[in-house]
Design a protein around this ligand. Sequence first.
Ligand SMILES: O=C(Oc1cc(O)cc(O)c1C(=O)O)c1ccc(O)c(O)c1
Length: 149
Amino acid sequence: MQTRVAAGTQTDWNGTHYEALLTPRETGGKFGAFASHAGPGDGPPRHRHPKSDEVFVILQGRLRFWRAGEASERTAGDIFYIPAGVEHAFVVVERARWIAILSPGGLESFFPTVAAQGLEIPRDLAEIKAIAAQFDMEITGPPLAVAGP
Ligand SMILES: O=C(Oc1cc(O)cc(O)c1C(=O)O)c1ccc(O)c(O)c1
């Protein structure tokens, strides 16, 4: 069953803090947004959002992104766009805060859902993959290393 959280919901999961800022409830489904902060080495496995475009706004620190085979870094004040369907990942290089905006929204409810079930990477990868698919996320590969391609 899919949980749909309210704006303001805060979650700590897998080394990252998440706060839902905007949910499909407030935007007629068009947008969702969440703020995150995490330390060096944290970041999601390689994945794609089949339906959602995604924009990252970096507020603090440094993130290393990988998007469709190309790596680049973004720091405070930068923005990074990932079109729907394009594989991507990122890793925190220097303790960072960022906002992720997705259209259509929904991903902001993934984190409270997996955290509430006590799921952990890599132990529960199969279950996390299945839940991710319900939130328009296909996990396609391993996380990024801080240094590397
Ligand atoms: O979904 C996961 O991470 C994220 C995906 C995004 O498109 C934007 C984000 O800001 C994040 C994030 O983690 O902050 C994800 C999925 C699976 C997993 O094991 C993770 O650690 C993160």
